[in-house]
Every structure is written in C-alpha cells, then in structure tokens.
Ligand binder design. Sequence first.
Ligand SMILES: Nc1ncnc2c1ncn2[C@@H]1O[C@H](COP(=O)(O)OP(=O)(O)O)[C@@H](O)[C@H]1O
Ligand SMILES: O=C(O)C1=C[C@@H](OP(=O)(O)O)[C@@H](O)[C@H](O)C1
Ligand SMILES: [Mg+2]
Length: 168
Amino acid sequence: MMTQLVLIGFMGAGKTTLSQALGAATGLPVYDTDDLVAAAAHQTIAEIFAAEGEAGFRQRETAALAEALRHDPAIIATGGGIVTQAENRARLAALAIPVVQLTVTPAEINRRLAGTTDRPLFQENWPALLAARQPWYATSANHLLDTTGRSVPALVAELQAILNEKAG
Ligand SMILES: Nc1ncnc2c1ncn2[C@@H]1O[C@H](COP(=O)(O)OP(=O)(O)O)[C@@H](O)[C@H]1O
Ligand SMILES: O=C(O)C1=C[C@@H](OP(=O)(O)O)[C@@H](O)[C@H](O)C1
Ligand SMILES: [Mg+2]
C-alpha cells in the first residue's frame, strides 16, 4: 500500500515543520530533501550554494527527491525550489499520492523568516521568485492547503485527513 505524502511550496510555507509534526502524529518516517542534500554533501545548504552555485544544489536536490520517493511509507518535505526543475515537476505531477502545496501570504513569510540564515535565496528578490514559481507549484500539486494564520496542530489534522483519503 502506498502511504506517502509530499509537501511543496515556497520558503516559509511550513513544509519542514509540518512534515516533522505529521511524522510525530502518525509515526510515519519523514524525509526532507534539504536534509538529504546536506547529509550527502556533508555541508550546510548555504555552504553548497557558495561552493557549487544554485545549479549544483539543484542537481543534488533532484537526486534527493528521487531517493525520498523510493521510501514507502514516507512523509516528504521538499525545498521551495524543487519545482524549478522540469524533471521534478513532471515527477511530482505524475504521482498517485497526495502532493500538497502549502501556501502563505507574503507578509507572513516575512514574519516567519525574519532572521533566517541558511536560505541563500531569501536574501535575494524573493517576491519575484515566488511569482515565477507560482504556476509551477500549481501544476505539480494535487492538493492545496493555506497555512496563513493557522496553527501547526490544525494543519496536521488537515494533512492526516488527506492521508486518509483515497490517494491522489
Ligand atoms: N503554521 C505556522 N504558523 C506559524 N509559524 C510557522 C507555521 N509553520 C511554520 N512556521 C514557522 O515558519 C518558519 C519556517 O518554517 P519551515 O517549516 O522551515 O518552512 P519551509 O520548510 O516551508 O521553508 C519556522 O520558523 C517555523 O517555525
Ligand atoms: O526556495 C528555494 O529555492 C530554497 C528553499 C530552501 O528550502 P525551504 O523551502 O524548506 O526553506 C532550500 O532548499 C534552499 O535554501 C533553496
Ligand atoms: Mg524546509
């Protein structure tokens, strides 16, 4: 039986936090592509961007998504830029499991990520990145969940309901 769920969405949407909380609530194992990339490189995300550029990071991230999807059961958190690669968008769109796009308003992204240090692309013009990626999240996901102003436990309950629905 497939018991997998993938979280996608922009930086600060809560992918990492909700994957951990959903894993704790269900006992299902959690895979975060950022953690897989950092573990494989023995470096932080910021160090990988500095050493290999965004292109190097994206190659590692694409491999990490493929690796995460080989696990079942699995709660999978992605990085916000996973959808920048056509290969990943195609892979996500073809999945017969819930692929949940988490959304959050720009104002709340700013509140949540004030002081973030390990997100190199948040230091740049992130509203432009968000606008460019918006259509890619939409075509890659089959569920939408707005997290703005909502508590982690309430959102975990919604994700559990999605897990309990028929897949996809
Ligand atoms: N529902 C929420 N309400 C308030 N803050 C949240 C919520 N979800 C996540 N956060 C906070 O926002 C920040 C970014 O969350 P994170 O899970 O790392 O997002 P992502 O992995 O999508 O970039 C963290 O400080 C986290 O505690
Ligand atoms: O949006 C992006 O391009 C990125 C998002 C980050 O993950 P989160 O979305 O979990 O912050 C991380 O993968 C890296 O800093 C690049
Ligand atoms: Mg994350």
